[in-house]
Design a protein. Structure first.
Length: 255
């Protein structure tokens, strides 16, 4: 007992020292993992390195997509895109920066019509950044998941024929990329949710069984951080909407 009592102050002091010695980047990671997205972005941005700016982009985009009010979402997405581009200006091969820019571009494309998105080049630029990330890190599970989502989204918006002609986008390639992502990261709650979401947005009837399996698998996974907990709530909401049988409920849950 005496040994335990003597150890506690020493242990507490060691923890305090480690936290106080942490870099802004490490502190920002801790804030991000605990759902303090805006604070994480602000702190990471101060470091002004490619990795810290990419982290800032990830944090502010997570807030924009999953937390922010609609009135603030567009501005935060724009901020995320700017941070990712700043990171790439420092390090053109930074994988995380490429991927976060893809996330930002996808969100920006959603605010306009498919025709406008096409002429603004969102799809083409997104594909360029995904390919750039994979050229540096071919086994990056997030890059493969984003590529899978890219194929599904292009086909959904442009149709199977036009999407193949304009972008060589196909559902079978999207499925292969999502499968690759899951193989590389089997317990990823986010990837399984996004694949299920892509399936349901594409065809909620024929893809129902597969989507339910993915959502259930996502809910069985242990959340790695606060974002995973948010995704688990969304996965449950989508499953409940599917159970209700209401197309309107499902559409609201997916969007």
């Amino acid at each position: 007992m005496n040994r335990v009592c003597r150890f506690r102050p020493t242990s507490a002091l060691a923890i305090w020292f480690l936290l106080s010695a942490a870099t802004p980047y490490e502190k920002a990671v801790h804030l991000y993992e605990n759902g303090k997205f805006v604070m994480a972005a602000s702190l990471a941005e101060t470091a002004d390195t490619a990795s810290s700016l990419a982290l800032a982009a990830r944090a502010i985009l997570a807030h924009a997509v999953y937390v922010a009010d609609r009135s603030k979402r567009d501005a935060e997405v724009q901020k995320g895109a700017e941070l990712a581009r700043k990171a790439l200006a420092i390090d053109p091969g930074h994988v995380e920066a490429h991927l976060q820019l893809v996330v930002a571009l996808h969100q920006q494309a959603r605010t306009t019509t498919p025709i406008n998105a096409y002429f603004l080049g969102y799809a083409a630029e997104s594909l360029t950044h995904i390919k750039a990330a994979l050229s540096v890190d071919p086994s990056n599970h997030w890059a493969h998941a984003l590529l899978g989502g890219w194929h599904f989204e292009i086909v959904r918006l442009a149709g199977p024929v036009l999407s193949r002609i304009l972008f060589e986008a196909e559902l079978k390639i999207g499925r292969a990329e999502f499968t690759k992502a899951i193989t590389l990261k089997p317990q990823s709650l986010l990837i399984q949710y996004e694949w299920a979401r892509a399936l349901l947005l594409n065809d909620p009837d024929s893809n129902r069984t597969e989507a339910v399996q993915l959502l259930n698998s996502a809910l069985e996974a242990t959340p790695a951080d606060y974002l995973d907990k948010l995704i688990a709530i969304r996965a449950r909401t989508v499953l409940d909407a599917m159970t209700s049988g209401s197309a309107l409920d499902l559409s609201r849950a997916l969007h």
